[in-house]
Design a protein around this ligand. Structure first.
Ligand SMILES: NC(=O)c1ccc[n+]([C@@H]2O[C@H](COP(=O)([O-])OP(=O)(O)OC[C@H]3O[C@@H](n4cnc5c(N)ncnc54)[C@H](O)[C@@H]3O)[C@@H](O)[C@H]2O)c1
Length: 379
């Protein structure tokens, strides 16, 4: 099913208002979720609406929170997201960082106890729009445990995205936005919803055997995601936990916090204007990008892309052609709408009656789970 992005923002807004959010909060959350769909990260888009609404209903995330400053000086701020929606408290924290960096050249913002921060690339883009470079380290405490450490079987680490943004002058910014695990959990959920398999080398089942089946990941006992790049990715992930979880005060993964999903984020924001003139920085960045792109490509007619370029192209395409949602994601959103007594023609006319892709194939080491009801390990 295809939707124009404005339709999805309007629907998300309506849902979040019914779930207790003020109008501007509902709009902002909807806009950021749909932005994730626009740039191609469906795993962090409107597929999250049902779990956000569930968390709001259960009081695991609070509707209209703002950040509370715990301590600050000119260049550092430690802020508490007070379990507010990450799209709101995340933006407030980054705006505070941009303001401080504009005055002092650099800032470190430690955000603790944030609701799910969604696509972390949003925060690097926000800094880049203000002309600033930024680094972001994000972890999920408690219920975020998804990833086995190098050499291990059990879930001990969270998905731990590392994100960096560099403005480039006239061109689009470079946005490297990557989790330190082989596949984002939301993408496993998308595969579960679509009845497809996950790529090789991403998952192990509960006994530590490689698997491609998303149902093994959500089974009981559960499987785990593997870190990127073996021992190196596992080490990177560990450091991200320390920065985003321990230094911010948000907590590293800890089974004691399992009832709640909270993101911690350590952001370093740098105002390049304190380091030299734009006549030095931007020409060097542009020269370097051209040099990297001039490499011969392995595939005939291949192309070297900069981090963020794929997302920028997908956005241009989806703004024009719309956003495709799989039937199960749409059906789950419709169920959420009905639970909030939201009924109008838009929902009814777009709701089909799909047979769920839910063949209960039995796989050794995995308890099959239903794609209708999989446990929500959302990160
Ligand atoms: N809030 C959270 O707790 C949380 C946790 C995990 C992930 N996430 C989000 O999930 C999203 C997906 O993460 P991911 O690790 O699956 O990202 P990904 O693997 O799709 O992309 C990672 C990076 O690689 C770049 N890239 C992709 N293909 C490329 C190519 N062919 N050439 C050059 N560069 C290329 C992308 O632009 C991106 O910067 C991110 O937006 C991340 O912030 C959020």
């Amino acid at each position: 099913m295809k939707f124009q992005h404005e339709q999805l923002i309007t629907l998300a807004e309506e849902i979040f208002i019914k779930a207790g959010c003020k109008h501007d909060v509902a709009h902002q959350v909807g806009k950021r979720l749909v932005e994730a769909n626009l740039v191609g990260h469906d795993s962090h888009g409107v597929i999250r609406i049902p779990s956000y609404v569930e968390w709001l209903h259960d009081g695991k995330v609070l509707a209209n929170q703002s950040i509370r400053i715990i301590s600050e000086n000119d260049v550092i701020a430690v802020v508490d997201g007070q379990f507010g929606l990450g799209q709101i408290v995340g933006e407030e924290a980054i705006q505070l960082g941009i303001n401080k960096a504009a005055q002092h050249g650099v800032t470190v913002i430690a955000l603790r106890n944030s609701g799910h921060l969604g696509r972390i690339g949003d925060w690097a883009e926000m800094a880049a729009e203000a002309g600033m470079l930024s680094l972001h380290f994000v972890n999920t405490s408690g219920a975020g445990m998804l990833v086995a450490p190098f050499g291990g079987i059990d879930r001990r680490l969270s998905a731990n995205p590392f994100t960096a943004g560099v403005p480039t002058g006239d061109s689009k910014p470079i946005i490297l936005d990557m989790s330190a695990c082989t596949v984002a959990e939301g993408k496993i959920r998308v595969a579960l919803n679509q009845g497809t398999m996950v790529e090789d080398g991403c998952l192990i089942d509960s006994a530590g055997n490689p698997t491609n089946d998303p149902r093994c990941f959500y089974g009981d006992p559960p499987g785990a995601i593997l870190p990127i790049a073996g021992h190196k990715g596992s080490g990177l992930s560990l450091i991200i936990e320390m920065l985003a979880g321990a230094l911010t005060g948000s907590s590293c993964t800890n089974p004691k916090n399992a009832s709640r999903v909270a993101n911690g984020m350590l952001s370093v924001i740098i105002d390049r204007r304190f380091f030299g003139s734009d006549n030095e920085f931007f020409p060097e960045v542009e020269r370097f990008i051209s040099f990297v792109k001039s490499s011969r490509t392995i595939n005939h007619n291949g192309e070297i892309l900069m981090p963020g370029e794929l997302e920028q192209r997908t956005k241009a395409q989806r703004l024009e052609q719309g956003i495709e949602l799989d039937e199960i994601t749409w059906k789950q959103i419709c169920t959420t709408c009905r639970s909030l007594n939201i009924e109008h023609g838009f929902i009814e006319s777009n709701e089909t009656n799909p047979a769920f892709h839910d063949s209960q194939i039995s796989i050794p080491g995995c308890e099959p789970v239903s794609s209708k009801s999989g446990s929500r390990d959302e990160r």
